[in-house]
Structure formats: structure tokens, C-alpha cells
Design a protein around this ligand. Structure first.
Ligand SMILES: Nc1ncnc2c1ncn2[C@@H]1O[C@H](COP(=O)(O)OP(=O)(O)OP(=O)(O)O)[C@@H](O)[C@H]1O
Length: 344
């Protein structure tokens, strides 16, 4: 149960509680700036944000690898600094970067980790074999990891993290760089494990679709801060819906823009051919858009519609697309490096 010091608004079933956590790295980079969030037990929770938003730093604080500069956080009621060892007893963690040895087989890697994680010697072989089967790596277990595909390596890392049956699973960009089929396979394993009951999953991602599909709740971060939190659909609705419409047309751009300027609730995001529009209400405004274009002699060739998504939420809240936010974060890092004489 949550200790009273975790503060108000924290339910009895809260698994993770973060209160005002900041992290300033040497050199002055403020990676986290007063982050607060709550993850309920049994939830699949995405932390979504562009590169540089602070997702990895937050996960490293929650998995006890680094200490926050200020603020507090608890995992299953255990304080991440004062009770770090007790936190480690209940968590599993898959980092973004490789955590297996590529010059060993999948089986050998798993045996090493089983030993490190304290799996009793008499059980190690069975635990490892079961895990490799569950992860679909039974046939490949005696091959060197350097011969595995990216998806197989990710499944091995995930399986290793699951060997101790963690109650809370932290995954940092679990499917980064994988093709769609490999992504599906990784997610099917995560969901099956989580479905066994009572397991909480927190995953970092900058894939909007992954957050929308798999997470019950999402925390959206930008520049070290939480900018939104809630169920994906709820967030999209709260941001006022809005959809993107791309129209390829025959005719002059001026004429098309002139026609569109008369349609209420339509904003031209990119004035070219195709012209990209944001509409407040897809169903109501799209008809008006077509009427205006056709009525002004602009021939519509091709249309694509993008329903409202978390991308729109981000844009609405920050005034930037994900890509723009990433570029701006990279520029800031370069400027900070230069300021401390480590540019390059
Ligand atoms: N050890 C460190 N020392 C200095 N700065 C750091 C350190 N680790 C991270 N940072 C900086 O902190 C900011 C947040 O980084 P973080 O890795 O948490 O972001 P992220 O959202 O996880 O992005 P990514 O997916 O690219 O890792 C970035 O500006 C990053 O350069």
C-alpha cells in the first residue's frame, strides 16, 4: 500500500508514484524538470515524447540506476533512493541499448543472467529453457547472438528481464529500429506476460501508434516536463480532435488557397500541392472543403485523411511537431556541449 508521504490523490493501487522529480546532469542539462506522475497497478503505461524529452532519464531514476537531483519516487511503495535494493527485487528492465553479449549464444546469455539474478542453480536450466520457448527462440538458442535478427535480440533481452517474474516491467523503446512484423512479435510477448495478471508495464516510446495501440494511459513529455497525461483517446478528444487532410489537385495553388480561405474551421498547414489542412471536425468540414474546391474549378486528384492522433495533441500543446521538437532538443544539447567546452 502507498505510504502516506506519497501525498494526496494517490490510490491504494498505485504502482508508481513520482513527485516533483528533477535531474540536472553535470554540465547543466536539466533532463527532468519537476516531473510528477502516477501509474496504477496492472496498467500498461506509455511515456511518449520526442528524443531528448527525458524519458530514459526518468526510467533510469525509477529503476534506481541514477538518483534524482530533487523530488521523490516510489515503485510499489518502495522509495527509489532510500529503498533501492527493495525496488530492484520487484522490477525488470530492458534498456534501449544492447544488454546481451553477441559472441555468446542466446542460451549462454540467459544462463549468465539467471545466475546474476539469483535464480537457484537447480532451477536455472528449466527457467532458461522455458523462457527461450516462450520467446520463440527455442530453435535458435544455441546460435551465437550475433547471428540473430534485431527482433530476436529484443525478444531475448525481454525474456531475460522476465525470468525473475517481475511485477513491474520497464521497457525503454522496446521496438526501436524493428520492422513491423518483429514489432508485433515483441508486443505479443509483452502483452501475454502482462495478461498473466497484476503486472505493470511502463514503456518509453516515440512511436505514437505504439502508445495509442498498447497503452491504457500515456504520459506525454517534452523538454523534461509532463505536458499531458491520460488515456490516448481522452487526450486526443481533449485536444479538440482535429484531423489532417492532404489533397492533391489539378490547377493553380493560388486558386485552391483562395477557395479554402472561405471554409470555416480549416487551417492550411502546408501551402503546396498536395495542400495539407487541419480541420477541426473531419465529418463536418471535409464536405465544405470539397464543395469550395470544386466550386472554384479546382480539380481534386487524390485525398488522404489522417484521423486525430497523439501527434495532434503534441502539436496543439507545444506548437511543434515531434520532429521539430527533436531537432530543437539536439540544437540545445550542441549549444550546452559548446558552452562547457565539449562541443564537437
Ligand atoms: N549522463 C548524461 N549527462 C548529460 N546529459 C545527459 C545525460 N543523459 C541524458 N542527458 C541529456 O538529457 C536530456 C534527456 O535525455 P533522455 O535520454 O532522458 O531523453 P529521451 O527522451 O529518453 O530521448 P532518447 O530516446 O533520445 O534517449 C537530453 O538532452 C540528453 O542529452
Amino acid at each position: 500500500m502507498a505510504p502516506s508521504s506519497m501525498g494526496e490523490g494517490v490510490g491504494r493501487s498505485s504502482c508508481i508514484v513520482v513527485r516533483g522529480v528533477s535531474k540536472v546532469f553535470s554540465g547543466g542539462v536539466r533532463a527532468l524538470d519537476g516531473v510528477s506522475m502516477v501509474v496504477e497497478e496492472g496498467e500498461i503505461h506509455a511515456v511518449l515524447g520526442p528524443n531528448g524529452a527525458g524519458k530514459t532519464t526518468l526510467m533510469r531514476v525509477l529503476t534506481t540506476q541514477i538518483k534524482p537531483s530533487s523530488g521523490d519516487a516510489w515503485v510499489l511503495g518502495r522509495h527509489v533512493v532510500k529503498e533501492a535494493a527493495r525496488v530492484r527485487e520487484v522490477i525488470g528492465y530492458v534498456p534501449q541499448e544492447f544488454s546481451v553479449w553477441t559472441d555468446l549464444t542466446g542460451y549462454e546469455n540467459a544462463m549468465i543472467y539467471a545466475k546474476l539474478y539469483g535464480v537457484p542453480p537447480s532451477e536455472r536450466r528449466r527457467v532458461v529453457e522455458d523462457m527461450l520457448e516462450f520467446m520463440g527462440l527455442g530453435e535458435a538458442k544455441h546460435r551465437l547472438v550475433k547471428t540473430y535478427s534485431g527482433g530476436m535480440i529484443r525478444r531475448l533481452e525481454l525474456g531475460i528481464a522476465l525470468m525473475t517474474k517481475p511485477r513491474v516491467l520497464f521497457l525503454d523503446e522496446p521496438t526501436i529500429g524493428l520492422d513491423p512484423r518483429a514489432r508485433e512479435l515483441v508486443w505479443s510477448r509483452i502483452l501475454e506476460y502482462a495478461g498473466e495478471g497484476g503486472v505493470t508495464v511502463v514503456f518509453n516510446t516515440h512511436y505514437m501508434d505504439e502508445a495509442e495501440r498498447f497503452a491504457g494511459k500515456v504520459t506525454v513529455m517534452n523538454r523534461g516536463r509532463v505536458i499531458a497525461e491520460g488515456a490516448p483517446r481522452e487526450l486526443v478528444e481533449k485536444a479538440g480532435g482535429g484531423a489532417t487532410v492532404k489533397i492533391e489537385f489539378d490547377g493553380e495553388l493560388e486558386k485552391a488557397l483562395g477557395a479554402l480561405s472561405g471554409v470555416r474551421g480549416v487551417e492550411v498547414v502546408s501551402a503546396g500541392n498536395p495542400v495539407v489542412l487541419r480541420v477541426e471536425d473531419l465529418e463536418v468540414q471535409v464536405a465544405g472543403v470539397f464543395r469550395a474546391l470544386l466550386g472554384n474549378g479546382v480539380n481534386v486528384k487524390k485525398v488522404s485523411l489522417q484521423p486525430p492522433s497523439l501527434e495532434d495533441v503534441f502539436l496543439r500543446l507545444t506548437g511543434m511537431t515531434f520532429e521539430e521538437a527533436e531537432r530543437s532538443s539536439l540544437r540545445e544539447v550542441a549549444a550546452t556541449r559548446k558552452a562547457i567546452g565539449r562541443g564537437g
